[in-house]
Write a protein that binds this ligand. Structure first.
Ligand code: PA5
Length: 426
C-alpha cells in the first residue's frame, strides 16, 4: 500500500480509534457540506482542473521577466502574498538566488515608510517588473504601495511601464481590473470563489513562484494528488481530517495554542502562511486555536523553556522534511578540544533530525501533546501537497468548531478605526 505523503506520529495526544469514532459522523457531514457548497470552495477542486493554458501563459511571462528584469516586486498582503513567499523562500538557497530565477521582493504587506523608501532605493539601479495582487483591489496597504510603485515605474520607464506592470485581481468586481484595462496592463484573474488564503494554487501564487525559478507544474502536481487523495470522506483514511480532529480534541481539552515548529529556517515564511490560514479561518465568534510558529533549534533556546515547563496551554505540531537541498558532514578534528569527535562523520541533517526526535520526546514528557508531520523531501511537489493538506484540514477544523472557514469579518474592525482616524485627523 502506498504510504501517505504526510506521515503523522502522535505523542501524548490521547487519540485512539474510539476517539476517532466519535468524530466520524460529523466529519462525513462536514465533508459533504464542503464538497457540495459553492460558497468560496472553488479551491477544493481547482488543482484537479486543466490549467495548461494558464501554465503556458505564466511560463512565457516568466521567460520575458527573467530576460528583462533583475527584480520582480510583488505588491500584496495576507493571502495575496504569503503563499507565494512561503514557497519561494522554502525553495530558494539561503545565500544567493536560484539558478534560472529572478529575485522577488515583497511590498504592500505593511505600511512602513522606511521599508518603502529603502526598497525604491534598492531598485534604482535594477531593471524591474511589478505584480500587484489584490482580490478585492481595494486593500489599503496594497493600494498605497501600488500607487507609489506605479508612479515609480512611469518615471523610470515612461510609456514602456505598462509592459512591466502585471495585475492579479478579481475578474469582475475589482477596481484594479478597471485600472489594468484602462492602462493596458496584463492581468490574471483570481477565481471569484477562492479566497485569499486558499489562493496559492491560482495565479496569485503561481506567477511569483514561477518567476522565482520554481517549477509550478511539480508544485501543482503535488496539490493535485493531495486534492485526489484528500477527497476521501472516511476519517480513518483522510489524514488531513485526522489532523483536524486531533486539533479539535486538544482544543476541547483546553489546549488553546498550537505551535507549528520546524527545524529548517527556510520554512519561516511557510510558517507565516500556515499561521494566517488557520488564524483567519478559525479565530472568530470567541472561538479558535491561536496559531503560532517557531523555528528549532533556534527557538528552543528562547521559547523552549516555556514549552517544556510553562503554562499548559499549548500543543505542538512538528513539521519535518527528511531530505533538504544540501548537507554538511561534521569533520574529524585530531585535537578534539571541543570533545565533539563522537559526531565526526555524521551529517548536520542527521543531527538536526535527532534533535527533532529528542525535542518531541522531551516536550511530550513535559506534558505537551505533540503531533509530528513528516514528509519525504523539501521540494515543489511536497510543498504543493502539504499546502493543500493544510487547507483541507483547516476547512474541516473550522467546521468542527462551527465557524465559517472562508470569511474574516474581524479584519474590518481595525480598518474602520484607521479610516476614521485618517479622515478626521485631530
Ligand atoms: O485570506 C484573505 O482573504 C485575506 O488575508 C486577504 O488575502 C487579504 O486581506 C488581502 O486581500 P486582497 O487580496 O483583497 O487585497
Amino acid at each position: 500500500m502506498r504510504t501517505h505523503p504526510v506521515q503523522t506520529t502522535l505523542l501524548n495526544c490521547g487519540i485512539s480509534n474510539e476517539v476517532l469514532n466519535t468524530y466520524k459522523e460529523r466529519v462525513e457531514r462536514f465533508h459533504f457540506e464542503l464538497e457540495n457548497s459553492d460558497d468560496m470552495t472553488g479551491w477544493i477542486d481547482y488543482p484537479l482542473m486543466d490549467h495548461e493554458q494558464l501554465f503556458r501563459e505564466i511560463e512565457s511571462l516568466k521567460e520575458e521577466i527573467s530576460g528583462n528584469a533583475d527584480v520582480f516586486v510583488v505588491i500584496g498582503i495576507g493571502g495575496s502574498f504569503l503563499g507565494a513567499r512561503a514557497v519561494q523562500e522554502a525553495l530558494t538557497p539561503y545565500f544567493g538566488a536560484r539558478e534560472n530565477g529572478t529575485e522577488v521582493k515583497y511590498v504592500g504587506h505593511h505600511m512602513s515608510g522606511a521599508y518603502l523608501q529603502q526598497l525604491l532605493h534598492y531598485l534604482d539601479d535594477k531593471e524591474i517588473y511589478i505584480n500587484v495582487v489584490s482580490k478585492s483591489g481595494s486593500t489599503m496597504e496594497t493600494a498605497l504601495a501600488f500607487r507609489v510603485l506605479r508612479q515609480y515605474m512611469e518615471n523610470r520607464y515612461g510609456d514602456d511601464a505598462a509592459q512591466r506592470i502585471i495585475v492579479t485581481t478579481d475578474p469582475e468586481k475589482s477596481p484594479l481590473k478597471r485600472i489594468a484595462e484602462k492602462n493596458g496592463y496584463r492581468h490574471f484573474a483570481v477565481p471569484p470563489d477562492i479566497g485569499g488564503r486558499y489562493s496559492v494554487f491560482t495565479p496569485v501564487g503561481l506567477l511569483p513562484i514561477a518567476v522565482a525559478g520554481i517549477n509550478i507544474r511539480s508544485f501543482m502536481e503535488g496539490a493535485r494528488n493531495a486534492a485526489l487523495e484528500l477527497k476521501e470522506s472516511d476519517l480513518t483514511l483522510n489524514h488531513a481530517y485526522q489532523y483536524a480532529v486531533i486539533r479539535n480534541k486538544l482544543y476541547n481539552e483546553g489546549y488553546s495554542v498550537e505551535v507549528l515548529a520546524s527545524f529548517e529556517p527556510a520554512l519561516k515564511q511557510f510558517h507565516e502562511w500556515w499561521k494566517q490560514l488557520f488564524g483567519e479561518s478559525e479565530g472568530k465568534e470567541g472561538r479558535g486555536i491561536f496559531p503560532t510558529c517557531l523555528t528549532f533549534s533556534t527557538d528552543l533556546h528562547a521559547i523552549g523553556q516555556f514549552i517544556q515547563e510553562g503554562s499548559p496551554i499549548l500543543f505542538e505540531t512538528l513539521l519535518h522534511f527528511q531530505e533538504t537541498e544540501g548537507d554538511y558532514i561534521v569533520p574529524f578534528d585530531q585535537r578534539n578540544e571541543d570533545g565533539l569527535n563522537y559526531l565526526a562523520g555524521r551529517s548536520f541533517n542527521e543531527i538536526n533530525a535527532t534533535s527533532k526526535q529528542g525535542t518531541a520526546l522531551a516536550h511530550a514528557e513535559g506534558g505537551v501533546p505533540v503531533i509530528q508531520l513528516e514528509m519525504k523531501k523539501l521540494d515543489e511537489y511536497h510543498l504543493g501537497y502539504l499546502m493543500y493538506f493544510f487547507m483541507k484540514a483547516c476547512a474541516m477544523s473550522a467546521k468542527l468548531i462551527e465557524v465559517n472557514p472562508f470569511d474574516q469579518p474581524g479584519v474590518e474592525a481595525y480598518k474602520r478605526k484607521m479610516l476614521e482616524l485618517l479622515k478626521n485627523p485631530k
